[in-house]
Write a protein that binds this ligand. Sequence first.
Ligand code: PMP
Length: 533
Amino acid sequence: GDDLKPVGDALMSRYQSVPRVQEHYFRHPPQIERGWGAHLFDTEGRAYLDVVNNVAVIGHSHPAVTEAATSQLKLLNTNSRFVYEKLGSFAQQIVATMPPGSGLDQVFLVNSGSEATDLAMRLARTYTGRRDVICLEGAYHGITTASDEVSTTLNDNPRSRETRPPWIHLVPMPNMYRGAWTGDDAGSRYADKVRDKVQELQSADKLAHPWYGEPSNRGPAAFIAEPLSGNAGGVELPPGYLSQAYAAVRAAGGVCIADEVQVGYGRLGGTFWGFMEHGVTPDILTMAKAAGNGYPLGFVVTTKAIAEAMALDGSFFSSAGGGPVSCAVGSAVLSTVIKEELQANAEKVGAHLRTRLLELAKAHPQSVGFIHGHGLYMGVEIIEDAASKRPGTAQARAINDRLLELGVVCHATGDYSNVLKDDLLNGNFTVYETLKFTADLRLDRKLPASTMLALLNQVLSQMGLLHASNTIVGTPLKKGISGGERKRLCVAIELLMKSQLIFLDEPTSGLDSVNDLSLCTSLHHLSTSCTIV
Ligand code: PMP
């Protein structure tokens, strides 16, 4: 309850018309005004490293998206049953990422992940003439009525498992830390639960709710799962699980839905789509979040046979879904993910991060229970103590609060809100001009401070943090800095410190409090003794 009442905070009084039930960064929500790459900046000019954003996959404010959206907005943005070039080309771009020969070549464009789940379930139901769906306990798939039916994360809704409609069937989340099975045979043991459920649905005298089709047409309409369970805490499915679950569902005439909303687009590192890690191909795939890099965009990919079955249940039209701007943005994002080789980056950086997190877990066995996930989707499971594995919910919250104080935006997830989600922006490590520039600098440790500052000015101007005429070099340091300029400089310096592009010799002279003195000290250090690392 306390979480939902960040009262007393003057800032929050401005948000009285936003329902309290809406999730925010609870305790002290920063008022964020801009983003760049892996960083967010609040209205006080403070920079935060965003390690949790699973939407801005190519980084905040990526110029490719800005450019695609603005130029298309100037031309046309409508969706009135016309066709336009970008609709076809974006759909083809998506299809090109599917496994060759998979038949996954039909793309429905929608506005969100919830809509994508909803549509996927509707397609499955129409195609099979059945209603019953099997889903994982503790998974999250969306907020619409249908997608909420298959969402049972206890931190979102503690009553979710008791309140499912009778046509929704839960099977255990194959959690290798908290689940019933954690050994080599875990994949098969958990898949047994899917097999049992399928059998139950086939052998029932009549379906719980024969909403569609004939009572003789028994069995599941669909099985829906993420290839790596995001909101459950980055929980990896054990080897063999998905292939056995898919086989059981298909043998009974059901279809398999892979929810790639959080983990698709190369985030897992090894493969572009999460399902590929498991050697399976779904019948229906859903995607959103990263697809628009923050712009509302989702899609469903399926086969012709399933797509055409939609006609049995009416036609498909979404007023804004698949509009020209959505397609332009979607296409720019997908091209950028590929061009900047973010999948390879996720694999490389994810492996490094995982190694470091495992070291942390080893050093703190009473506090860190498990490191879930891989690539750039990981969960650090915080516990009260190793013996009981009691979830460290309060501890995770305290860590998050402290991280925020230190300028790192992180979240806790999982049933008990005790898994710190390191769902890092791929953009953290991309070759933006800015970071490329840094890499160049790193090669040259002996770069004179004046050269570094000149380059710094250039980069900051490119980032829009500094107007070209407003350079750091030559700015009188002790006086004459206007409020706006000061703020921009603070942002720039803090950003550079956070990005570890510069190290100040005396950490105490950093930007703990943003005032002229600390700014001057920082600038002084920057210009005289900054170290390139
Ligand atoms: N599926 C998964 C796996 C998700 O994580 C989410 C959002 N957290 C959704 C679906 C719903 O997406 P949206 O918020 O875009 O409706």
